[in-house]
Design a protein around this ligand. Structure first.
Ligand SMILES: *[C@@H]1O[C@H](CO)[C@@H](O)[C@H](O)[C@H]1NC(C)=O
Ligand SMILES: *[C@@H]1O[C@H](CO)[C@@H](O)[C@H](O)[C@H]1NC(C)=O
Length: 236
């Protein structure tokens, strides 16, 4: 009888765990959200919600994921970004993303990549995987500079994931540029407005997790939390 119970509990733990989209790794992840005029207010808000949803499905903490984020346009502003020194607590990070504002000018993707790399370089943890998530609706103001910054970051072993939002398949120059920026062709996601609005960020989580190092500490802390919750309903 006891054995059946333990089995059932384990089964439930594993199925809950696998529903968490398998993102149980370790890594520093910097998000850059395109705040250029062409994006439009509504898509900008949808992208922010998508980013919040992504973070919601990651385990945040000193042994797991740390997050930084920014909005980029013709320039970056200090008020429209936060780095890895920010208090890394999920609810707080989600609020910070929610407060990012739309700049509505040009698309200096090169500045965003450069800044993400500075944030990753100055992050408190030195040996964890470094991952960038660039979310943009197309071609940058200077593709040559953008590709050069991406190349520099990749030479520092930073992984660059690209989310192309609402990009037309005939927009050859945007597609060419984003292919030159990304670390691996598998790590470009082409997402439509409707996809961003109505689907969970599963593909993005898969890409992030592919490059995160998986940590046994995360698995153990998940199981500990699961069983504490189960046996100690009044502790929370
Ligand atoms: C973003 O999420 C908030 C909170 O869930 C919601 O109120 C808002 O309508 C969403 N924005 C868009 C543009 O979907
Ligand atoms: C990140 O994942 C991609 C796709 O699987 C892979 O090509 C790349 O080598 C990985 N990067 C690192 C540093 O492991």
């Amino acid at each position: 009888m006891k054995r059946v119970l333990v089995f059932l509990l384990l089964f439930q733990a594993v199925s809950t765990f696998s529903r968490m989209k398998k993102c149980f790794g370790t890594g520093d992840v910097a998000f850059a959200i395109d705040g250029s005029e062409s994006v439009g207010e509504i898509i900008f808000e949808v992208v922010k919600n998508f980013t919040i949803d992504t973070i919601d499905n990651m385990i945040i903490g000193p042994d797991n994921f740390n997050i930084a984020a920014m909005v980029f346009s013709s320039s970056l502003t200090l008020e429209d970004q936060f780095d890895f020194h920010e208090y890394q607590e999920k609810q707080h990070l989600k609020e910070l993303i929610g407060n990012l504002y739309y700049i509505r000018e040009g698309t200096r993707t090169d500045l965003a990549i450069k800044r993400m790399q500075e944030m990753l370089d100055s992050a408190p943890r030195k040996t964890v995987p470094k991952i960038m998530v660039l979310i943009t609706d197309g071609k940058s103001a200077s593709p040559v500079k953008t590709i050069a910054e991406a190349k520099l970051s990749k030479s520092k072993l930073t992984d660059i994931i690209v989310v192309g939002v609402n990009i037309d398949s005939s927009d050859i120059s945007a597609i060419y540029e984003l292919h030159a920026v990304v670390s691996d062709p598998d790590m470009i996601l082409w997402l439509s407005f409707d996809h961003l609005r109505f689907h969970s960020p599963e593909q993005l989580l898969d890409s992030i997790c592919q490059n995160a190092s998986s940590s046994i500490i995360t698995l153990l802390s998940f199981l500990a939390l699961f069983f504490t919750r189960l046996f100690c309903k009044r502790c929370f």
